[in-house]
Design a binder for this molecule. Structure first.
Ligand SMILES: NC(=O)c1ccc[n+]([C@@H]2O[C@H](COP(=O)([O-])OP(=O)(O)OC[C@H]3O[C@@H](n4cnc5c(N)ncnc54)[C@H](OP(=O)(O)O)[C@@H]3O)[C@@H](O)[C@H]2O)c1
Length: 250
């Protein structure tokens, strides 16, 4: 996928990694970027940076009608980034089930809604790419992190499955496994942990650059920061060691 020929759509584009991806795609010459967010007012500062190339789009990925409307409003997409996601810290045996359901409904089911709506759009435009922002959290059931690891493990398997379905339709599917990236989500999660341990963090801009590099290189799995690459190496050499790496963070 050549980003300088792409029309991208990024969900959760108003802040964090999503916002950094919009900026990165524009700097690589993307034709246009549809920046999707639940509250369009939160997109205003971003859109002001390049009003001719950023198209704001209202989208709550858990609302099927809104997802259908988004696919009609953005019929030119060739690169879809499923970035929107939520966290809900807590221990699964005790925490409020509302938080558990919200995390699964957003990270897994919401992403599936978007995939179902936009795969035909990308196909009609001659093919392209989808990148799902998963997490290294998908590789271990960290106890303090509620449903988040399970939601991301489910998303990783969804990503593998649709990769097979979409390949003959000319669409490559990338799974992105970030480690800790300096965003509101990381601040929220670390606020609930005793310590993050001795773990390197990455800026959202650096993570976005590595994600764009991976998409352009056609990498099926993208580990976009130093801690993620540590996990990737551990998966290769000592899969059980990944649990120790990730479970130490509670
Ligand atoms: N930061 C990390 O360390 C890290 C590590 C691994 C993976 N990730 C993943 O990276 C992605 C981006 O996270 P981030 O760190 O940039 O977090 P963030 O700063 O908390 O941003 C999350 C984004 O998702 C949006 N969102 C949440 N629920 C949504 C919904 N139902 N519909 C549409 N948008 C929704 C939020 O919109 P609102 O502003 O409206 O809430 C916000 O734009 C997530 O999938 C996250 O799981 C992050």
């Amino acid at each position: 996928m050549r980003i300088n020929e792409a029309v991208a759509l990024v969900t959760g584009a108003n802040r964090g990694i999503g916002r950094a991806l919009v900026t990165e795609f524009l700097s690589r010459g993307a034709v246009r970027v549809h920046a999707a967010a639940r509250d369009p007012r939160t997109l205003e500062p971003l859109v002001a940076e390049a009003p001719d190339r950023i198209v704001p789009l209202t989208l709550d990925i858990t609302d099927p009608a809104a997802v259908t409307a988004a696919a009609e409003a953005a019929p030119d997409v060739t690169l879809l980034v499923n970035n929107a996601g939520r966290h809900g810290m807590g221990h699964l045996l005790e925490m409020d089930l509302t938080d558990v359901e919200a995390v699964m409904r957003t990270n897994w089911l919401g992403t599936l809604h978007v995939l179902r709506a936009f795969a035909p759009v990308v196909e009609r435009n001659g093919g392209g790419a989808v990148a799902n922002i998963v997490s290294v959290g998908a590789f271990a059931g960290t106890p303090a992190m509620g449903a988040y690891p399970a939601s991301k493990a489910a998303l990783a398997l969804l990503t593998q499955a649709v990769r097979v379905d979409l390949a003959p339709r000319g669409i490559t599917v990338h799974a992105v496994f970030p480690g800790p990236v300096e965003t509101d989500m990381l601040r929220y999660a670390t606020g609930h942990l005793k310590s993050l341990g001795d773990v390197p963090t990455a800026s959202a801009a650096d993570a976005a650059r590595a994600i764009a590099d991976g998409v352009e290189a056609g990498d099926e799995e993208i580990f976009p920061d130093p801690f993620a690459r540590q996990v990737q190496e551990c998966l290769r050499t000592d899969p059980k060691g990944v649990e120790r790496l990730l479970l130490s963070r509670d």
